[in-house]
Design a protein around this ligand. Structure first.
Ligand SMILES: *Cc1c(COP(=O)(O)O)cnc(C)c1O
Length: 444
């Protein structure tokens, strides 16, 4: 398993993260446990900021909170002076409860509800990224009613879609997100904005995909966006002050994943934007980006305890862990790949090929075919690079309790999410009177 951030093998032969021995973490907090390397998260934030500072362009970096959104994470992002993207009422609520300054929050979503828009307006958040005409009209009337001015970006679908090494430039106007450029919908949206004096149109937004390893996709998007910006200026006189390129910067999950260093992404993108805009005699806009995965992905490690081990001779050996689909649905959802190690036996040779299986009533394979030392029941198994889209996608399937999350740094581990209790599991349940048992162990 690749050792990210502050992860090392300590003198006891154990995986250590943030100066904390993972076997101690397991003993203190139990397993499964999400361990977040705080120093690495902060380092990623600073790499983005530093790279943009070096570029000399105006910029804004917003952490896409959907990757991992809890109160402590919002606090950390505030401390690092990044903005925060939210895409739902729940994420917005979390950010506000964390005391995150509203003016640095941006709201996304392809189907924002009236409740979400009102919540955003009432809180006075910094920017709403408008996705479609229905939303534009609803937001326009709500803001007018409330007499609130609101900064907006228009999300456009540039017809560029990027995934890791592949990017496609045709046929992907077929997306639920945003106003498409090709059909003229985006241009009509710019005109529609003008009907609402409450709107301040800052510019445009595009998000072309995720886990992107190259900059070509971003460059293709910039080409489409400048064409649109020029057309808009020619026909309406409107000049976009902000160009938001979304997130999607890749991280290394397994060998063969070859993300660029953050500095390289930012350098390539900012240089491209600078040259494209200046050569078209268009004022270089403020560049905004919204990294999620690349801020928290490699900072997370999940610790599990090995339980049953089953060998099917000549076929496969299953090593089962006390988690799975419920704490990390990504392998099931996207065939996502991960690396693992036995955290309590970090110096031993990988002797055998096994499949790490989850414990849900599904074939929830966590890792198919990975090499480990000969595992025993009770070993501590670590899966790396689980900081993004794991806790935030976790479920209570099989009525498993969602694990705890700890931040580790300089030898100290602090709980940021406590493990769910059995009571948490039934807390929202209601038994209609006619179904009630004579005596209830918990409550009525
Ligand atoms: C999900 C998302 C992001 C973050 O994507 P990552 O791949 O985690 O960097 C940024 N912007 C928008 C609009 C998104 O939907």
């Amino acid at each position: 398993m690749y050792l990210h951030g502050t992860s090392t093998i300590n003198e006891r032969g154990h995986l250590q993260i943030g100066g904390c021995d993972t076997t101690d973490l397991a003993a203190t907090f139990g397993t499964p446990l999400y361990v977040m390397d705080e120093e690495l998260i902060r380092k990623r934030c600073r790499e983005f900021i530093q790279a943009f500072r070096t570029s000399g362009l105006k910029f804004k970096i917003a952490y896409a909170s959907k990757a991992f959104c809890v109160l402590a994470m919002c606090r950390l992002i505030d401390e690092e002076e990044l903005d925060l993207d939210v895409a739902s009422d729940g994420e917005l609520y979390t950010a506000l409860q964390a005391g995150f300054p509203a003016e640095r929050i941006h709201l996304h979503g392809s189907n924002k509800t009236r409740v979400e828009l009102e919540m955003a307006l009432d809180a006075g958040i910094g920017c709403i990224v408008v996705d479609n005409l229905m939303e534009l009209e609803l937001l326009g009337s709500l803001a007018t009613e409330k007499n609130k001015r609101v900064n907006i970006l228009l999300r456009v679908a540039p017809g560029v879609e990027a995934h890791t090494h592949e990017y496609i430039t045709t046929g992907n106007e077929d997306t639920k997100f945003g106003f498409d450029l090709a059909s003229g919908a985006a241009f009509l949206a710019v005109k529609a904005v003008a009907q609402y004096p409450v709107f301040k149109l800052l510019g445009i937004h595009s998000h072309i995909g995720s886990q992107i390893f190259e900059v070509e996709g971003f460059k293709l998007a910039v080409d489409k966006l400048i064409t649109f910006a020029l057309q808009t200026r020619d026909e309406t006189g409107i000049v976009f002050q902000v160009l938001n390129l979304g997130g999607g910067f890749g991280v290394r999950y397994v060998e063969g994943d070859t993300p660029l260093p953050i500095t390289a992404y930012v350098e390539a993108i900012t240089q491209d934007i600078f040259s494209v805009f200046t050569s078209n005699h268009y004022p270089v806009p403020e560049i905004q980006i919204e990294p999620g995965r690349s801020i928290v992905g490699d900072a997370g490690t999940t610790l599990y305890t090995v339980g049953s081990i089953k060998e099917i001779p000549g076929i496969r050996k299953y090593v089962s862990i006390n988690g799975g689909l419920t704490d990390n649905p990504r392998p099931a959802l996207y065939q996502a790949q991960y690396e693992a190690m036995l955290a309590n036996r970090g110096t031993e040779m990988d002797e055998e090929l096994v499949t790490v299986a989850g414990k849900c009533c599904e074939s929830d394979t966590m890792i198919r075919d990975t090499r480990l030392p000969r595992a025993n029941t009770g070993d501590l198994l670590a899966v790396s690079c689980t900081g993004a889209y794991t806790y935030s996608m976790a479920s209570n399937y099989n009525r498993y309790r969602r694990p705890a999350v700890v931040f580790v740094k300089d030898g100290t581990a602090e709980l940021v999410v406590r493990r769910e209790t059995y009571l948490d599991l039934i807390n929202c349940d209601v038994i209609p009177v006619r179904l009630r048992a004579e005596s209830l162990p918990y409550r009525g």
